[in-house]
Write a protein that binds this ligand. Structure first.
Ligand SMILES: Cc1ncc(COP(=O)(O)O)c(C=O)c1O
Length: 395
């Protein structure tokens, strides 16, 4: 039964393995530990967990994050650079509210997360693409694109990108690319919004150092989230930036009026993290994601016809599958769904043009067995579609 007013955003269609959802598997959400943390928080902290929160977020959570987020790098923990938000989406929205003016041009990595683009558009930004391939974006192209935009009188001071375990490709920019892009940004007074929500989902080896860590002070604003590691319904994440950006947010009307964002949930996560649940849960999550990535890429190799290729990510939720040359995924999707498998078409992740032969497969929400079955269905659907395409061409 489909409820008229559903409880969750993800709605399962009976009979379809839907690899379109970039959500964690409900079976992996640490419900027991969260329930314990919530009970402990409310019984021990009582009124202070239910008060207006400190604008930056609860102090001990900020301290924990400053060690956790910056703990692996060469800087001292810098709690003054973090503000708690209702997820990375709200962090981006809040940043835009305060720092983007209608008509500003924002460069967006292409391909990249289509819903971040939607947030930028909510703020009446104009968007311009910066192509990103296997080796990340090209620094010379960035310099030339900026010069072109600015020579036309466009105000372009911001770039949005996902350098680590990208959504949708699963790729990471190599270190030399990171440094080259930072160098251009620093020289051109371009602020980089580094969406880093998949960093903790590294399951082979640690992720490359973030742009935030490598860049001179003030160049990068970094977004983080508990959505991909713990659960998206928490609506809890953070923004990490120069203290002037953080104080711009903490002094904003929204926080002045309402206090710290999502205070009770932040207090519950504080308890969850300080009790050591985050670290033990993350190990389990990484293991499950690794196993699912392996199941998907191995079964794709067994089931798909020649002419298909795909990325093998070292972290994150996504495999980027290229169908044989000349394919049009928009036409293929209904055929795939008639075989009980779905995905997001690659073209969604491009501003204009691109991605027509690609699809994004999210492997986070399904078991290894279901992913093998999804590959089998994809293989059958692609073969059927190719026969159909070739026979209608010859008519
Ligand atoms: C790159 C990227 N950024 C942000 C988000 C949303 O994060 P949050 O749930 O923290 O708002 C997603 C979710 O798919 C994502 O893939």
């Amino acid at each position: 039964m489909t409820l008229q007013f559903p409880i969750t955003q993800v709605i399962q269609r009976p009979g379809i393995i839907d690899l379109g959802w970039g959500s964690p598997d409900p079976a992996l959400i640490p419900v027991t530990e969260l329930a314990d943390s919530a009970a402990t928080t409310i019984s021990h902290m009582g009124p202070s967990a239910l008060a207006y929160g400190a604008p930056q977020g609860p102090g001990p959570l900020i301290e924990w994050l400053s060690h956790h987020v910056l703990g692996e790098v060469n800087r001292q923990p810098q709690p003054e650079r973090i503000v708690i938000t209702a997820g990375a989406s709200q962090a981006l929205d809040l940043f835009c509210t305060l720092f983007v003016e209608p008509g500003d041009t924002v460069l967006v990595e292409s391909p990249c997360f289509h819903l971040a683009r939607k947030i930028l558009l909510d703020h009446s930004a104009r968007l311009a693409p910066l192509t990103s391939g296997v080796l990340g974006p090209d620094a010379n192209e960035l310099r030339e694109t900026l010069a072109k935009l600015r020579s036309k009188g466009e105000r372009c001071r911001l770039m949005y990108c996902i350098p680590t375990f990208n959504n949708p490709t699963g790729r990471s920019w190599p270190q030399h690319c990171r440094d080259a892009i930072i160098e251009v940004a620093a020289a051109e007074e371009l602020t980089i919004i580094e969406d880093d929500v998949y960093r903790d989902c590294a399951y082979d080896e640690p992720a490359y150092a973030s742009l935030f860590e490598r860049a001179p002070d003030g160049i990068v604003v970094r977004l983080g989230s508990f959505s991909k590691t713990v659960g998206p319904g928490l609506r809890l994440g953070w923004l990490q930036a120069h203290p002037m950006v953080v104080s711009g947010i903490t002094d904003s009307g929204l926080l002045d009026s309402g206090g710290g964002i999502n205070h009770l949930t932040a207090m519950v996560m504080q308890q969850f993290c300080l009790a050591g649940h985050f670290d033990s849960h993350l190990e389990r999550m990484r293991g499950a994601l690794r196993e699912r990535r392996d199941a998907l890429v191995t079964s794709l190799a067994e089931c798909l016809p020649p002419g298909c290729s795909w990325t093998v990510p070292n972290g994150g939720y996504y495999v980027w599958l290229e169908l044989p040359r000349g394919s049009d995924v928009a036409q293929f999707l209904p055929i795939a769904e008639s075989h009980g498998v779905s995905f997001l078409p690659g073209a969604l992740f491009f501003l204009s043009g691109g991605g027509v032969t690609a699809v994004r497969l999210a492997f986070s929400m399904y078991s290894s067995q279901e992913l093998c079955e999804a590959s089998r269905r994809l293989g059958v659907a692609i073969r059927e579609w190719m026969i159909h395409k070739n026979s209608s061409k010859s008519i």
